[in-house]
Write a protein that binds this ligand. Structure first.
Ligand code: PAF
Length: 251
């Protein structure tokens, strides 16, 4: 696996591809089974696969969340080598933001709902970095998990709105045996929180009103940001202690 740190270095590599198709999996590291499912799909559907690890600070509305975000880089590299990923793109902040975040992607409707309503500026940061990464990497396909369903939809619609050539592909949520959706933040759950976390998925599947699901979660110690039906899904975000979990199910 080649590790690439600069966009210019990537351009040199990209020129050697000739007719080979390229799949791309953007991540913020702390790789788990959810990421690995995206990576395996990309490896299957493309001649070459590039994974990026970049903890994008512009999408963190909360400084503590950014500081606490797990960064097990060495372990991540071992995992990527084991999967036989071709390239790891590992840029520094200045490589991605030479403009110091003067230029941004703004979406005015869906990014203001759900997670956007509770995390001001979050989707601005996400869409901006995804636009930059897609422009740098220039892949044929890019893979996003359905756990972050709102993110997937916004990214897909952004690429359509700006006539970008990359095809955006969504992959189903991967769950632990308890039902808890795989997430980098799960490793931040303490021993008291971990057994409670699967109730989020359990609650989403209940034949109860959104309001009753919210009460059910609150009775189990969650602080709920939202439980809402939208886009053919029931989606929720809730805190267990200092960890914010999100999940959704098809309805
Ligand atoms: O889903 C994520 O890990 C991030 O939001 C992404 C898409 C890598 C952008 O930083």
């Amino acid at each position: 696996m080649k590790i690439i740190k600069r966009p210019a270095q990537w351009d040199t590599e990209r020129k050697k591809f000739r007719g080979n198709s390229l799949g791309f999996v953007p991540t913020m590291g702390a790789l788990h089974e959810g990421h690995l499912s995206l990576i395996r799909r990309s490896l299957k559907e493309n001649d070459l696969t590039c994974v990026s690890i970049f903890v994008n600070r512009t999408q963190f509305n909360d400084k503590k969340d950014l500081i606490n975000y797990p960064r097990p880089l060495k372990k991540d590299i071992v995992k990527l080598r084991k999967e036989k990923v071709d390239f790891l793109f590992l840029p520094a902040f200045a490589e991605i933001y030479p403009d110091k975040y003067r230029f941004r992607i703004l979406e005015n409707r869906k990014s203001r709902l759900l997670c956007g309503a509770h995390r001001p500026g979050h989707f601005e940061g996400v869409l901006t970095v995804v636009m930059k990464l897609l422009n740098i990497i220039n892949p044929d396909r890019a893979y996003f998990g359905e756990k972050d369903f709102q993110q997937y939809m916004l990214v897909k619609e952004m690429t359509e709105a700006f006539f970008m050539k990359t095809k955006i592909i969504s992959c189903p949520i991967v769950r632990e045996t308890s039902g808890l959706a795989a997430s980098s933040r799960n490793r931040l759950l303490g021993p008291k929180e971990k057994p409670l976390a699967p109730f989020l998925y359990k609650a989403l599947k209940m034949r109860k009103s959104d309001e009753d699901v919210k009460k059910y979660l609150e009775n189990r110690g969650f602080k709920v940001d939202y439980v809402e039906r939208k886009w053919g899904r029931r989606l929720a975000a809730a805190w267990l202690g200092k960890v914010r979990l999100i999940d959704n199910v098809k309805i």
